[in-house]
Write a protein that binds this ligand. Structure first.
Ligand code: 1CP
Length: 353
């Protein structure tokens, strides 16, 4: 009976209800990059850890930084503290984070270079991440959902091929356009690794998983179908078979009008909207097929005050009458005053109250 009660209580978490398509009186909220450099207590733990990857692979520290924003702002969900680039790292492409420079990887740029990568060590390397999830499930308040995540194959591949962040994606596009079969081998490896990684997260206790496709907007229509939609659809198809109870959210940032049809084509339960997606269009065109999530401009959170409250109000009024999760349109930026996050939390929580 206790187990049954626990299960029922789990199902009642506001985030999970919203992802089942329920319209809640007050939409649940969480914020992409809610843990991180805008919080002084994060910077302190980050300093202790020394290296960013050490922080990701130390369950004690990763649990602590995951919980930090919840203590201040009581979001409806925690998001596992890790990074999308732990997957290439675990496939054998070592990763460095240089201060102020972001991630740096030894690039993989041909089928021959793919032989440096394999899945044999994947779960050993990622075991600390699964341990972080198990511990978080013990520690979270009963109504708070735990979100696991991975990068979508296209976005992860941009870092693997470019060797870090990129402005024009010239190298990866040269490969994908010029040798789609060869590039497809890298993408197939990422579909396999990402599916297994998400499955292991669900087994460890993740109740929702999100796929971040941060650079989806870099691709024209034809390539968008092949390299953004199809890999995510394949991951969702496999993942739903093994974990039908765990909803998937995808965030194809910058997809523009290609947001239309994306949820149907991929089978995701939740669709993350970037800050440029028009709200009325989203309510009419997208909300019939998926629970929407988003989409306050992170710079509005830096501004705060009346302009921010006005914009949050507009988002809630337009999207809050359908299945909806309030969030930002991209991650919190380091310059964000924590007081403004507190204002946002207060405003969303008291909406329609
Ligand atoms: O020095 C530091 O402390 C590192 C800063 C940092 C943090 C806090 C990085 C490096 N990653 C993270 C954590 C992180 N990254 C999380 C978990 C925390 C949370 O959401 O609360 C998540 C979900 C991510 C996801 C991530 N990493 C994405 C997708 C989402 C997005 O913001 O677009 C991407 C593209 C990355 C790559 C990455 N990792 C870190 C940086 C600086 C970058 C971006 C590099 C670039 O702009 O190209």
């Amino acid at each position: 009976m206790a187990n049954q009660d626990e299960a029922d209580q789990g199902r009642d978490k506001p985030l999970l209800r919203a992802l089942r398509g329920e319209i809640l009186e007050r939409p649940p909220f969480w914020l992409m990059r809610q843990a991180g450099r805008y919080l002084p207590e994060y910077l302190e733990v980050r300093r202790q850890a020394g290296d960013f990857l050490t922080l990701c692979y130390s369950p004690d520290l990763a649990v602590e930084v995951t919980l930090q924003p919840l203590r201040r702002f009581a979001m409806d969900a925690a998001i596992l503290f890790a990074d999308i680039l732990v997957v290439p790292d675990a496939l054998g492409q070592p990763l460095n984070y240089r201060e102020g420079e972001g991630p740096v990887l030894e690039p993989v740029r041909s089928v021959a270079e793919l032989s440096r990568l394999d899945m044999a060590g994947l779960h050993d390397r990622l075991a600390p991440v699964y341990e972080t999830i198990r511990r978080l499930r013990q520690e979270l308040p009963p109504s708070t959902a735990l979100i696991g995540f991975a990068g979508a194959p296209w976005t992860v591949a941009t870092y693997m091929v470019e060797g870090g962040g990129s402005r024009d994606f010239a190298t990866i596009k040269a490969w994908a356009y010029g040798d789609p079969d060869g590039f497809g081998e890298l993408m197939a490896l990422l579909v396999d690794a990402t599916t297994e990684y998400l499955e292991a997260q669900a087994e460890a206790g993740a109740e929702v998983v999100q796929l971040f496709d941060t650079w989806a907007g870099a691709l024209p229509e034809s390539a968008f179908g092949r390299w953004c939609v199809e890999p995510v659809a394949e991951i969702v198809r496999r993942f739903r078979k093994s974990h039908p109870e765990v909803p998937v959210i995808a965030f194809p940032r910058g997809a523009g009008v290609l947001y239309a049809g994306y949820a149907q084509a991929t089978g995701v339960a939740g669709l993350g909207l970037d800050a440029t997606v028009p709200l009325g269009w989203a309510a009419e065109t997208l909300q019939t097929g998926a629970t929407l999530q988003g989409n306050l401009d992170p710079l509005m959170l830096v501004t705060g005050g009346e302009p921010m409250r006005h914009e949050i109000g507009r988002i809630l009024e337009t999207l809050g009458n359908g299945p909806f999760i309030f969030n930002l349109g991209h991650g919190i930026i380091p310059a964000t005053p924590p007081d403004h996050v507190a204002e946002l939390a207060e405003f969303v929580r008291s909406w329609r109250a």
